[in-house]
Design a protein around this ligand. Structure first.
Ligand SMILES: Cc1cc2nc3c(=O)[nH]c(=O)nc-3n(C[C@H](O)[C@H](O)[C@H](O)COP(=O)(O)O)c2cc1C
Length: 189
C-alpha cells in the first residue's frame, strides 16, 4: 500500500532553507519507505489559499492543497521562524482544514530560524497547534539555523542525525494503519 507522505513548507521565499530542510526529511522518508513523497510549498500556494477566507470559499488549487493535508498519512510540517512563531501562511492552512481529519495523524515538526534562541518554536508554537488538532506529534522535532546550511543545502551533520531519529519515529508510527490508530484512540478515551 502506498502511504500519503506529505511535506508542507511554510516558507514564503525561494530559495528557502526551510524547504531545503523539508526536502532532506522527505528524501530520507522516501528512501526508507521506497515510495514517492509530496511537498507543498506555500511560496507557490499561499496566494491561492488566501483567496479563501473560510472553508466555504475553497476552490481550485486551494481546495486541492487542503484536501492533501487532510488526507495525508504522515505530515512533515516545516516553517521559518517569523516574529518568534510560524508564518501566517502556514497558520492559514490550519485555520482552513477540517480538524477531524487530524486525530492520531503523525506529524513531524521542523523549523529554521536566524537564531538558536528561537529553537523552541517547535515546542511552544507548532506542538500546541497540532495538540489542538489531536494529532500525534513525533517526539523529535528538527530545528536548524542559517549557519547549518551552505548555499541553501543542509550541511550540519548533527542536524542530519536528528533527521534520522525523527524519521525512525515516523516509520514506527506508520506501522499502525489509520484505522488502527482511530481504534487505539477510541479505546484509550
Ligand atoms: C519576517 C521575518 C521574521 C523573522 N523573524 C525571526 C525570528 O523571530 N527569529 C528567528 O530566529 N529568525 C527570524 N527570521 C529569520 C528566518 O527565520 C530565517 O532566516 C529562516 O531560516 C528563513 O527561512 P527560509 O529560507 O525558508 O525563508 C525572520 C525572517 C523574516 C523574513
Amino acid at each position: 500500500m502506498t502511504l500519503k507522505i506529505l511535506g508542507i513548507s511554510g516558507s514564503l521565499t525561494r530559495p528557502s532553507r526551510t524547504t531545503a530542510l523539508l526536502r532532506c526529511i522527505l528524501d530520507a522518508l522516501a528512501l526508507r519507505l521506497r515510495q514517492p513523497v509530496t511537498l507543498i510549498e506555500l511560496v507557490d500556494d499561499a496566494p491561492h489559499l488566501f483567496s479563501a477566507l473560510g472553508r466555504a470559499q475553497l476552490a481550485g488549487r486551494a481546495a486541492e492543497v487542503i484536501r492533501a493535508v487532510e488526507e495525508a498519512d504522515l505530515l512533515v510540517v516545516g516553517t521559518p521562524v517569523y516574529r518568534a512563531s510560524y508564518t501566517g501562511a502556514l497558520k492559514h492552512v490550519f485555520d482552513l482544514v477540517d480538524h477531524r481529519a487530524f486525530v492520531g495523524k503523525p506529524v513531524l515538526l521542523a523549523a529554521t530560524g536566524g537564531t538558536p534562541l528561537h529553537g523552541l518554536v517547535t515546542e511552544h508554537q507548532l506542538r500546541p497547534l497540532f495538540g489542538f488538532l489531536n494529532a500525534l506529534t513525533l517526539p523529535t522535532a528538527v530545528y536548524a539555523t542559517e549557519q547549518d546550511f551552505a548555499d541553501f543545502r543542509l550541511s550540519n551533520p548533527k542536524t542530519i542525525l536528528r533527521i534520522d531519529r525523527a524519521v525512525s519515529e515516523a516509520l514506527g508510527q506508520l506501522n499502525l494503519c489509520p484505522a488502527d490508530r482511530t481504534a487505539q484512540l477510541a479505546s484509550a478515551s
